[in-house]
Design a protein around this ligand. Structure first.
Ligand code: GLP
Length: 253
């Protein structure tokens, strides 16, 4: 079903299969409309199914990434590229190895950088040099983070080094062998970097996201809920599963 918050379209597909297909379809429409799109990609559990669908669309000849440039939102710091939980590996395994994107057009903040601040400045410059992000895929942390922009007293602006909150470390521990192995820091696009994207596809699934989705889209705009800044973006599309939409369903038009 399709609902609205003001002018923002909120898709609530009936199954997880449709959730993945809907999310992938928005990305395909972007790339087919502008084959040299600059795509901002996200990680986490939520987009895996959408990436699987994109791979299927590629295999069936309905999309090509030959001219696409990509910039990922974030990366743990420090982390080796070949660590099984690096976002570098995640993107290769879940998407890039299976499509025709050119390796030289793929960008992630480097978790192996000796000087993280220099790496962040360079990353921000590369995004600007590419003409900015046309289409940004975004998930949300249970504490409201987007990328790894954690709740704070102010919105961080550009790509930067961030200390992860305990709740994020706890949430992401499920991907690692133990909690101790979760890196305590990350490199992430800033809020301004994300908000400069021309279009944003926001996706969330699962009952553990329901409360924060309500705060993000119906609460105050505050850096304590970083995703709430999206209320100020003029071109956001939302895809939620029923569980993530549970607390806002009665507020949708
Ligand atoms: C991760 C990523 C975010 C992601 C979020 C949700 O830590 N840094 O970009 O949106 O947390 O992840 P998941 O989809 O696994 O719930």
């Amino acid at each position: 079903m399709v609902y609205h918050i003001g002018n923002t379209v909120v898709n609530i597909p009936e199954s997880i299969d449709e959730f993945n297909k809907t999310s992938a379809r928005y990305m395909m429409e972007q790339v087919n409309k502008k084959p040299d799109s600059v795509m901002g990609f996200a990680t986490g559990g939520t987009p895996v199914g959408a990436y699987r669908e994109l791979i299927e669309l590629y295999k069936s000849g309905r999309i090509s990434f030959e001219m696409v440039k990509s910039f990922n939102l974030d990366e743990y710091y420090p982390i080796k590229k070949d660590n099984s939980q690096s976002y570098f590996r995640y993107m290769n395994e879940n998407l890039f190895n299976h499509i025709d994107i050119k390796p030289e057009n793929v960008h992630l903040p480097c978790g192996e950088a000796v000087d993280p601040n220099t790496e962040c400045d360079a990353y921000e410059k590369k995004i600007i040099a590419a003409g900015g992000i046309d289409f940004q895929l975004l998930g949300i942390g249970t504490n409201g983070h987007i990328g790894f922009n954690e709740p704070d007293d102010k919105f961080p602006c550009k790509t930067h080094l961030v200390g992860l909150n305990q709740s994020t470390i706890d949430d992401n521990a499920r991907f690692f062998d133990s909690r101790d192995e979760v890196p305590r820091k990350a490199l992430t696009m800033g809020i301004k970097t994300i908000m400069s994207a021309k279009k944003i596809l926001f996706i969330a699934s699962g009952a553990n996201k329901a409360a924060i989705i309500k705060e993000a889209f119906f609460g105050d705009i505050t850096p304590h809920v970083p995703a709430s800044v999206l209320q100020l973006h003029t071109s956001v599309i939302i895809v939620l599963d029923e569980a993530a939409a549970a607390d806002i369903k009665d507020k949708l038009e």
